[in-house]
Design a protein around this ligand. Structure first.
Ligand code: HEM
Length: 400
């Protein structure tokens, strides 16, 4: 029997249901995949993805990170993730100061308290890991760091969810997506203005006071739009991703109970488990870049001026890079190849230390809360979003 034609459609139901089978075929049959209808490229092999993420001179971030943004004639918000050097370098060195290892370690207590708070409210007979736990806590951490007042912290998450949600087949932003993005933009903008009048000990106030080199080389302050763009990005980057990693973790451990038992027996394995989750079910599936010039990759060439899906999630399961790549194994040898789950190169995750801290604390507490559990696999619901994958509902019953 001949196989159906290989089609990579990141907006299709088939893709949302299980992208990994499609990735395997792309890696084997079309490592430099070209889609004629959409006039875009997609790369899936580890060697190509790592090389492209390193080559920011050919693969530009400045048009956005998904297909509709990159194809649009409108430039995206001036946010770090959509910048190329030298602007990116200036912004990154400014923001690095807010994410030093010490600054992140100082969040340990807050993260622990929030994790404990949400678990104490959960019903063990009817526990939805995402809705009751991994959805609400990360957004509290990051919005608190940014300086969002308590009453609005969960609202930020609902705006992000609505802003990213896509219906199968939908490529352009819907009215609902835009309305959510506008509402959250207006909210952050007014918060920035409040902080200008009345600075607090928070990230927004520190960004207001900070300076970066301008185009003329003179130091300048960030404007309200730039600070709004960064704080909105932080909400999305810092909340949605950890939510999905922890939700997917519970599903993978239900499928691999021996590995959950290993963690119960030896908690020092939890950080390694987080690394394996980032490789195996890392929430960020891809970022789309735009080629500024013809780009040479180990497995082929991509012409100039094309959108390119850089599929970290596919590369992370490339058997050319990892032994037994399609197996979930928290004890695997991590020195084999670069894990791309938190990105690579100049845009690699700014919040990596916070992402790891939150995920480790969440898993440690879940081990206590549900040493034995069952996932209701029929009740699992995946998200339908651009760039990220994971579950919206992970219903669990904690066993006595
Ligand atoms: C499991 C959780 C997370 C995952 C899987 C993840 C993944 C990623 C990836 C793959 C990138 C690279 C994007 C690119 O190449 O264009 C990235 C960038 C970024 N992440 Fe994360 N992230 C996570 C958590 C966080 C957290 C908690 C924060 C906030 C504190 C954060 C803030 C950012 C920012 C600001 C960038 C842009 C950096 C730049 O453009 O230089 N992320 N993240």
């Amino acid at each position: 029997m001949t196989k159906p034609k290989l089609v990579f459609n990141p907006y299709s139901q088939e893709y949302f249901d299980d992208p990994y089978e499609i990735y395997a075929r792309m890696r084997d049959e079309a490592p430099i995949y070209y889609d004629e209808d959409g006039d875009f490229y997609a790369i899936t092999r580890h060697a190509d993805v790592a090389a492209a993420l390193k080559d920011h001179e050919s693969f530009s971030s400045s048009r956005g990170c998904n297909l509709s943004m990159v194809k649009s004639s409108e430039p995206p918000q001036k946010s770090i993730i959509f910048m190329d050097p030298p602007d990116h370098r200036h912004m990154r060195s400014l923001l690095n100061k807010a994410f030093t290892p010490r600054a992140i370690q100082s969040q340990h207590q807050t993260v622990t308290e929030l994790v404990e708070h949400y678990l104490s409210q959960a019903d063990p007979d009817n526990f939805d890991v995402v809705q009751d736990f991994s959805g609400p806590f990360p957004v509290e951490v990051i919005t608190r760091m940014a300086g969002v007042p308590e009453d609005y912290r969960q609202q930020v998450r609902h705006w992000i969810d609505k802003g990213l949600e896509v219906k199968p087949g939908q490529i352009e932003l819907s009215e609902e997506n835009m309305a959510a993005n506008i509402d959250s933009g207006i909210y952050y903008y007014s918060l920035v203005q409040e902080r200008r009048q009345d600075p607090q000990d928070d990230m927004i106030s520190r960004l207001i006071a900070a300076e970066i080199p301008g185009e003329d080389g003179e130091m300048r302050r960030l404007d309200d739009i730039e600070i709004t763009a960064f704080t909105s990005l932080l909400g999305g980057a810092g909340a949605e991703t950890v939510t999905k990693l922890v939700g997917s973790a519970v599903v993978e451990f239900a499928r691999n109970p021996d590995q959950w038992q290993m963690l119960l027996d030896d908690r020092s394995l939890v950080p390694a488990a987080v690394e394996e989750l980032l490789r195996y079910v890392g929430p960020v599936q891809y970022n789309v870049r735009y080629t500024l010039k013809e780009a040479e990759l180990p497995n082929g060439t991509i012409p100039a001026h094309k959108p390119v899906f850089i599929l970290q999630a596919a590369a992370n399961r490339d058997p050319r890079a990892f032994d037994n790549a399609e197996a979930f194994d928290i004890t695997r040898d991590r020195s084999q190849a670069q894990n791309l789950g938190l990105g690579y190169g100049i845009h690699s995750c700014l919040g990596a230390a916070l992402a790891r801290l939150e995920s480790v604390i969440a898993l440690e507490h879940l081990l206590d809360y549900m040493p034995r559990f069952e996932v209701d696999f029929d009740g699992l619901q995946r998200v339908h979003m651009q760039n990220v994958a994971g579950y919206h509902h992970v219903p669990v019953r904690v066993l006595k």
